[in-house]
Design a protein around this ligand. Structure first.
Ligand SMILES: Nc1ncnc2c1ncn2[C@@H]1O[C@H](COP(=O)(O)OP(=O)(O)OP(=O)(O)O)[C@@H](O)[C@H]1O
Ligand SMILES: [Mg+2]
Length: 226
């Protein structure tokens, strides 16, 4: 059974998929068996044969060289670019925790390191009808630690501190922060230090615009899983 790591972000579009692809690429280039999983993806495209495909899983596969069935990596896909709970209210197919767990276990059975991407930021309802399932319920059920992807620039101290505080409030371990779109200006260099001072969580890497690789050693990366 492979070890897992959950990637959340300080918000949607912050670069979770971009960073996940670089992590999996790095592990795979080092000869490690690394796979990808995401419980629910919305805003997914329907192909000519009518199948809805997760763009995040397709991107990660393309960049990292991962060969796998996209629908196995992402059990719930919705066409509307809504929060998964709202997409499921509009389209049906509400998420079941038991399905997510069994599909995660299937991926963890195939790989040594499973990087699971969240949907949106850390507060994300996956289902909200007669049943309420939040993203954190999945993280806790799977017993995963969390890596936070944040934008490197202005506003990140607030966003990272709130995210860390929320996770600790739910007794979810936080493994580190990765600053994305890092340009190395005065604010970004200060954020790199201040994130750790304010939260106690290490900044593990800074990812520049258009990066093709992750500046982290493989052993350090492996240590985040499990
Ligand atoms: N460092 C970067 N350099 C260049 N482009 C980037 C970088 N980080 C993110 N992007 C681009 O920004 C967009 C949003 O990033 P991404 O899809 O990784 O965000 P996300 O947090 O996974 O979003 P979602 O919440 O929809 O899953 C994408 O087009 C991605 O390719
Ligand atoms: Mg994504």
């Amino acid at each position: 059974m492979g070890k897992g790591l959950f990637l959340t972000g300080t918000g949607t579009e912050v670069g979770k998929t971009f960073v996940t692809a670089l992590i999996i690429k790095k592990l795979r280039e080092a000869g490690k068996r690394a796979g990808y999983f995401k419980a629910a993806a919305s805003g997914s495209q329907r192909t000519k044969d009518g199948v809805i495909v997760s763009a995040d899983a397709a991107y990660v596969s393309r960049v990292s060289g991962l060969h796998g069935t996209l629908s196995e990596m992402v059990p719930y896909v919705y066409e509307n670019e809504y929060s998964p709970h709202l997409a499921a209210q509009a389209e049906g197919n509400p998420l079941e925790l038991s399905v997510v767990c069994s599909r995660y276990a299937a991926i963890a059975g195939q790989y040594d390191y499973v990087t699971m991407e969240g949907s949106g930021g850390i507060v994300c309802p996956l289902r909200y009808d007669s049943q309420v399932i939040l993203l954190e319920d999945v993280i806790k059920k799977l017993g995963l630690g969390v890596l936070i992807v944040a934008d490197a620039g202005l506003g990140t101290l607030n966003a990272v501190t709130l995210t860390v505080s929320y996770l600790y409030g739910r007794e979810i371990p936080v493994k580190g922060v990765i600053l994305n779109r890092y340009k190395g200006g005065v604010i970004e260099a200060d954020n790199r230090k201040m994130v750790t001072r304010l939260t106690g969580v290490p900044v593990l890497a800074a990812v520049p615009e258009g990066a093709g690789s992750l500046d982290m050693d493989v052993a350090g990366l492996e240590g985040l899983y499990g």
